[in-house]
Ligand binder design. Structure first.
Ligand code: SF4
Ligand code: SF4
Length: 758
């Protein structure tokens, strides 16, 4: 069998681990897309699918998440007292306790312990905290050999790479690449062409290390302050051997791993494996109260020695994170990696691009910033804010909100120039956001762009097709020249709506009805979809009004311009309040704006009553239509007969990522199917366009690579049963599907409208 080249890229993961250099992120994206993407996709998507199945089996999943969150919140709030209690417990058990303020303090203490015992070889279980403090290089510099005992960590040690995933650190390696690596690094003629052969080969090496080791180092998933007990969850048994075979055991963990009591472990024992790999229970769950009793046997070549245990807890920035109004949330993280596996961008490039020197994925930026330097979190720019990770997090961390805050901090670290301030004041940026790069201000103020673009639509559309204009846009605003820009319409949604009103509309039966929010993206980008939604709602008898079109804060927030987003959210809330007071529901066509009202305004507004009212009374149009039709017992098949659609009745439907997080996509599918449409749905988490993300020159390749899964699903559906009409609910999903499939894409409301025959 032909052996693959070891690393087909000119870049190694370690060279681009630190993303404080902008170029490092670009190089890491190129490397991971070229070399690692197929293996990462396969492994993360398998974990993700299994997780959906596993959590569906947990009867009280939501209650369990609430309990887990409450335990972590309480533990972090009482951390100083818990640490004192834990120290007393560890000492009472016969162990030693060390609280390390910095990474260097921790390494010094561990080295001292090992040197006192004249340790030459230490065997180590998987510990991301040891990566954070760079323990291996510190020990190796002092002449101590470190043997990683977790199979994935063993592979990475052989390859000299940092982990690319918290739970499965080598998931970027295909079996073929591991074979190539072992063949290259070990002098062996053994067959290494199957997973079994590779595992057996590694196990033979590791078994000798376990027997020869003088000390074992592990991490800890949780630590109980009341008893000094450790909870260790693993799938290979290597951690159990590390804690029991060598006479000295050192457990290292961040201070955030401490919980009050051993009984608190219960929720996490179930939540952790289900969220991480989709298992009901991990193969090995150890709850230890070290030091353990001596083993009844002595390994060959060893003498019997008393057992010794050291608990090294690491602060390294965590106390500051605890005081931070935003980053303290990251301390609740149990490192399950559900947020990595569900993230379309992570699924495509993994943690060597969407990650830093230690931590990966959406949550990784907060950890890199909290335990290192802010600019190391640059990779968090790959978080598009799609929100798919939020409902999957077992401790309910709002990961995109953390990343938007990191972005704001990185923005504010930029130098200001008069041109930025001028552009910001012309386009509507808040004064605090005017030092932000032009590219971000451009995307953040799409409302201004849309307003001017539609006023001079013909000129704007012609200019947007000129190669020279596209070059300028790419250089100044970072808009990739390969992306086709959507044309500005001659009439906005507001104008079309008022023209139709003037012509007269059928009286509605359901009052006070709804107000449709004339969101920026529909108003200036696709007013025909807005009008289709209006007609569908009227067809089920709802009285429909249309709001003014003002910015909602979504675009600004996605660029980390939170002060601008706050101002816009306040204006939006003030505009919508009278409609709510009049008893109207709010209907939003663009799902990312619906998600603002449902979830994000809680970060931007102060008035709890308004936040709650907006979240509880906002709906997606087909969700509203389906609810009314169901409640009123309307005959949907008669109202919207699919056979009458001028476009056809066989559809491929892609729901928007935030629409799914809002639980507002299943109603569209129900409505279309009940009307008689034959609907195949996509199962990708995100199309890869994600608002402005796919337009950005820096991320065009990644965006298209993410989209490839969606395009493949369309092709598969058509191969299985003939052509289908492409239908999507989000404006950016439309753009991505059109780019990938080269065909017109419709909104579901347009499909229903096409059956009305008005
Ligand atoms: S919000 Fe979306 S892009 Fe960001 S980390 Fe979560 S899943 Fe990934
Ligand atoms: S942020 Fe949540 S989902 Fe992500 S690793 Fe941490 S606990 Fe798991």
């Amino acid at each position: 069998m032909a052996v693959l080249p070891l690393n087909p890229s000119d870049i190694t993961p370690r060279q681009v681990a630190n993303k404080s250099r902008k170029q490092a992120l670009a190089e890491a994206l190129r490397m991971t897309l070229d070399v690692q993407s197929a293996a990462i996709r396969h492994n993360t998507q398998t974990f993700n699918r299994n997780r959906y199945t596993a959590v569906a089996r947990i009867a009280d999943y939501d209650a369990m998440k609430d309990r887990a969150r409450a335990i972590k919140e309480k533990a972090i709030a009482n951390l100083p007292a818990l640490l004192r209690q834990l120290e007393a417990s560890v000492v009472a058990n016969g162990g030693r306790f060390f609280l390390a303020k910095t990474a260097a303090d921790a390494n010094r203490y561990i080295l001292d312990v090992l040197q006192q015992h004249r340790v030459k070889l230490v065997v180590k279980g998987k510990s991301i905290t040891s990566e954070e403090i760079r323990l291996n290089p510190a020990l190796e510099a002092a002449g101590i050999t470190v043997a990683e005992s977790d199979l994935a960590e063993f592979i990475l040690q052989v390859a000299d790479e940092q982990p690319s995933h918290n739970v499965a650190p080598a998931l970027h390696y295909s079996r073929e690449r591991i074979t190539a690596l072992f063949k290259c690094k070990f002098d062996t003629d053994l067959p290494l062409d199957t997973g079994e052969e590779l595992t057996r080969f590694a196990r033979e090496i590791l078994r000798q290390k376990f027997i020869a080791a003088d000390a074992g180092i592990t991490g800890a998933n949780l630590i109980a302050a009341d008893s000094g007990s450790l909870m260790l969850v693993e799938s290979e048994g290597n951690i159990r051997m590390t804690t029991t075979l060598p006479p000295v055991h050192i457990a290292i963990a961040g201070v955030e791993k401490v919980v009050p009591s051993r009984s608190d472990f219960q929720s996490f024992i179930e939540l952790l494996p289900a969220s991480a790999t989709g298992q009901q229970l991990t193969s090995y769950v150890s709850i230890l109260r070290p030091p353990l009793p001596a083993l009844p046997f002595v390994a060959p070549g060893k003498t019997e020695q008393p057992r010794e245990f050291h608990m090294v807890l690491i602060d390294n920035g965590r106390s500051a994170m605890r005081e931070d109004p935003v980053l303290h949330e990251a301390l609740y993280c149990i490192r399950c990696s559900a947020c990595l596996n569900v993230c379309a961008n992570f699924e495509t490039v993994g943690g060597h691009a969407f990650g830093g020197e230690t931590y990966s994925g959406g949550i990784g930026g907060s950890w890199e910033a909290g335990t290192g330097k802010l600019m190391n979190a640059r990779f968090s720019e790959l978080c598009t804010g799609c929100s798919r990770c939020v409902p999957q997090c077992p401790v309910r961390i709002d990961i995109p909100w953390l990343n938007q805050n990191l972005r704001q901090r990185m923005n504010q670290a930029q130098e200001n120039f008069p041109v930025k301030s001028l552009f910001g004041s012309l386009t509507g940026s808040a004064p605090q956001d005017r030092a932000v790069p032009l590219q971000k201000q451009f995307f953040a103020n799409y409302h201004s762009v849309g307003k001017w673009g539609t006023q001079f639509a013909s000129l704007a559309n012609r200019s947007a097709r000129l190669p020279m204009a596209r070059d300028v846009m790419e250089k100044i605003f970072g808009v990739d020249h390969r992306r086709e820009l959507p044309a500005f319409p001659a009439k906005t949604w507001e104008q079309l709506f008022h023209r139709e009103q003037q012509r007269g509309v059928k009286a509605s039966t359901i009052k006070p009805g709804v107000v449709m929010l004339a969101d920026t993206f529909t108003n200036y980008g696709s007013p025909q979809r807005g009008m289709a939604a209006v007609r569908v709602l009227r067809a089920v008898g709802i009285d429909v009004d249309l709001s003014r079109s003002i910015p909602d804060g979504r675009a600004a927030m996605s660029q980390g311009m939170i002060d601008t987003a706050r101002l816009q959210a306040r204006d939006m809330a003030n505009m919508l309040r009278p409609y709510l007071d009049a008893g109207k529901k709010i209907v939003v066509v663009e799902p990312s704006v619906l998600a603002m009202l449902r979830f994000d305004f809680k970060h931007l507004l102060d008035d709890e009553a308004v936040i709650t009212a907006l979240a509880a009374n906002s709906f997606e149009p087909l969700q509203a239509a389906w609810d009314i039709a169901s409640e009123g017992g309307l005959d949907v098949a008669k109202l919207f007969p699919a056979a009458r659609s001028r476009y056809g009745s066989r559809l491929f439907y892609h729901a928007h990522c935030q629409q799914r997080t809002c639980n507002a996509s299943s109603q569209t599918i129900e409505l279309l199917r009940t009307a008689g449409f034959d609907v195949v749905t996509s199962s990708v988490e995100c199309c890869g366009m994600a608002g402005s993300f796919g337009y950005k020159h820096d991320y065009y390749e990644l965006s298209m690579a993410v989209g490839a899964d969606l395009f493949a699903q369309v092709r598969q559906a058509e191969q299985d049963g003939g052509p289908r009409i492409l239908v999507a609910s989000g404006v950016s999903c439309h753009e991505q599907l059109m780019a990938g499939m080269g065909r017109t894409v419709f909104h579901p409301a347009e499909m229903l409208e096409s059956t009305l025959g008005w």
